[in-house]
Design a protein around this ligand. Structure first.
Ligand SMILES: NC(=O)c1ccc[n+]([C@@H]2O[C@H](COP(=O)([O-])OP(=O)(O)OC[C@H]3O[C@@H](n4cnc5c(N)ncnc54)[C@H](OP(=O)(O)O)[C@@H]3O)[C@@H](O)[C@H]2O)c1
Length: 242
């Protein structure tokens, strides 16, 4: 049995990832704060793909519980993906430190806390893969979401360093940078159709990239070039335009 551990399993992207990996022969740990709502997905995976989908309670902000959470997984997963995220509301977070702190801790500190534990185990085992869902928002700060973006920038830098460290231990670290994705997080937003992916597209991109041993992907793929251009705009113009 080869288990994939999905952190933040109630996310729309995570659910699509669960189906994609189950379809390709993996058993799944669905880890989330509230696992009741994951029963239909777990049953669907059992029936449709004849794979296990065990639901496990996990709170990214309960840092002290993370070691016991990982120790409790039997068998250990051969790979992990973090789909944890919270966009928050930029304007509120600018004026209320507790809200800013929650965004930073959810998108960065909580992910670092659990992935540190898993990375240490995989390094010893000399096998495994770690996938972190970051964001294009971490590539350049913008006034509309720079607190979220700064946490994603930190997460991307963390994954880059982890990849560097674990290379010799034969552990793959894949950074995923979605642009716009049609999920709960972006519900009600007016997104440009050509630049917006469905969760199933993102899941396929992730699976393919992980199987090929890639390091960093943008999804949809054209975001790599969109961000290349956005990063090249001089600050003098950027602060006026965006
Ligand atoms: N949608 C986009 O356009 C987009 C773009 C770039 C990057 N991303 C990233 O893609 C990933 C998946 O997001 P999504 O779009 O699928 O949005 P989503 O449906 O809002 O998923 C976010 C998930 O994070 C979970 N989460 C939040 N706080 C948590 C905590 N303390 N402990 C455990 N889980 C927690 C949420 O769980 P609950 O359901 O319990 O709240 C939710 O399942 C995120 O990392 C997001 O930042 C999304």
């Amino acid at each position: 049995m080869s288990y994939l551990l999905i952190l933040g399993a109630k996310s729309d992207i995570a659910k699509a990832v669960a189906r994609e990996y189950a379809k390709n022969g993996y058993d799944i740990y669905l880890a989330a704060r509230n696992i009741e709502e994951l029963l239909p997905l777990s049953q669907d995976i059992n029936i449709r793909y004849e794979k296990e989908a065990k639901r496990v309670i996990f709170d990214a902000l309960d840092f002290k519980s993370h070691q016991a959470f990982y120790d409790s997984l039997d068998p250990k997963p051969i790979g992990v993906i973090s789909a944890i995220g919270s966009l928050g509301i930029q304007e509120k977070a600018q004026n209320d430190f507790e809200k800013a702190q929650k965004i930073i801790e959810t998108n960065y500190v909580g992910c670092l806390s659990i992935l540190n534990i898993i990375a240490n185990d995989y390094e010893q085992q000399k096998s495994g893969f770690i996938i972190g869902i970051s964001s294009v928002a971490g590539d350049r700060g913008r006034k509309s979401n720079y607190i979220y973006g700064s946490a994603k920038a930190a997460f991307s830098a963390y994954l880059s360093g982890l990849r560097n460290r674990l290379h010799d231990a034969n552990v793959q670290v894949l950074t995923v940078k979605p642009g716009f994705v049609n999920t709960q997080m972006t519900k009600g937003m007016d997104l440009p159709a050509k630049l917006t992916a469905e969760p199933e597209d993102v899941a396929r991109d992730i699976y393919k990239a992980q199987q090929k041993g890639k390091n960093v992907i943008y999804t949809k793929w054209m975001w790599r070039y969109v961000m290349m251009i956005i990063k090249m705009i001089p600050e003098t113009l950027f602060k006026q335009w965006f």
